[in-house]
Design a protein around this ligand. Structure first.
Ligand code: SAM
Length: 293
């Protein structure tokens, strides 16, 4: 992604979350701010015909994954808060709306939105346009993962490195170099016990079946033409091993079967996630449970 340009895919995935609010019942991810954050004009257009962006058969699978990854991250954040986490860092936040609908009592959680500077400037203009004031507990931390360290960006923003911190990194790793992804994860592994991260990642194309590969290629062409080509892909087993080697004591990898069983079971509309991306949950702990450390 060009550093001086706001992310186009950030608007696209926000549109998916907004469409999920209108199209899917029951909702996997309930976001009362999802329609507002896409901007007044886009909201009107989407409301007029919520199906209009379903231009390929892949659209419901993508929408399901975008909803599920946010739901999983916020479910895990809730468990983190029970473990004592008091800081939430949203990496590559795009139009994420957590901070503007934070359900926890005031003072429970400091929230940091980290993003590439141009995207963050664009989001702040969007917030002003829709009349939404950033809440007191939120701090914006502009960081380009390719050229700056997260450590420095967070220190500058006032994030306390000695406090348990939960990180989410949704829809971002595929746009970065493998080196930038690993450098960032190594830093998170050094956070205090009880800290953790949920992120999603794309499976290495070499591990895909021909049918999956065709879907991958179609999607890759779309993001490339938006100027945000995919760069980093992972082998699930190797990634889990690398996370353990970094010092994450608890590592859980969720593929489509686990995600569908957890969030899309017994639906009448058949909504479910596809098989190109997975969710990773890594915690800084010696314990083998996500319920508490
Ligand atoms: C597909 S959007 C996902 C946004 C958000 N996490 C969500 O799920 O709605 C990708 C995000 O990654 C961010 N991003 C891409 N490259 C980046 C970089 N080098 N440094 C920081 N952020 C980056 C973009 O600015 C954008 O916000």
């Amino acid at each position: 992604m060009k550093g001086n340009r706001a992310s186009v895919t950030a608007q696209r995935v926000a549109m998916q979350r907004a469409a999920h609010q209108l199209l899917d019942d029951p909702k996997v991810f309930d976001d009362p701010v999802a329609l507002r954050i896409i901007g007044k004009e886009s909201a009107l257009v989407l409301q007029a015909d919520p199906h209009q962006y379903e231009t390929t058969p892949l659209a419901p699978y993508l929408r399901a994954f975008v909803a599920a990854r946010s739901r999983y991250a916020e479910d895990e954040l809730g468990l983190g808060i029970r473990r004592g986490v008091r800081q939430y860092v949203i990496l590559g936040a795009g139009l994420d709306t957590f901070a503007y609908r934070n359900p926890y009592p005031q003072g429970t959680l400091r929230v940091f939105e980290v993003d590439q500077p141009a995207t963050q400037t664009w989001k702040r203009a969007r917030l002003a346009e829709i009349g939404m004031t950033p809440p007191g507990g939120l701090t914006f931390a502009p960081v380009d993962f390719e050229t700056q360290t997260l450590e420095e960006g967070l220190r500058h923003a006032g994030c306390d490195p000695d406090k348990g911190t939960f990180f989410s990194w949704l829809g971002v790793t595929e746009y970065l170099t493998t080196e930038a992804v690993m450098t960032t994860l190594r830093f998170i592994a050094s956070a205090p016990r009880g800290s953790g991260i949920v992120f999603d990642y794309m499976i290495s194309p070499s591990l895909l079946t021909p049918a999956q590969r065709a879907r991958f290629d179609a999607l890759a062409r779309r993001v490339e033409s938006a100027g945000e080509p995919w760069k980093a892909f992972f082998d699930p087993g190797s990634l889990a091993s690398e996370l353990r080697a970094m010092g994450f004591g608890y590592v859980v990898d969720l593929g489509p079967e686990e995600i569908n069983a957890r969030y899309f079971k017994d639906r009448k509309d058949g909504l479910r996630v596809g098989s190109l991306s997975r969710l990773m949950n890594a915690q800084v702990s010696g314990s083998a449970t996500s319920q508490g450390v």
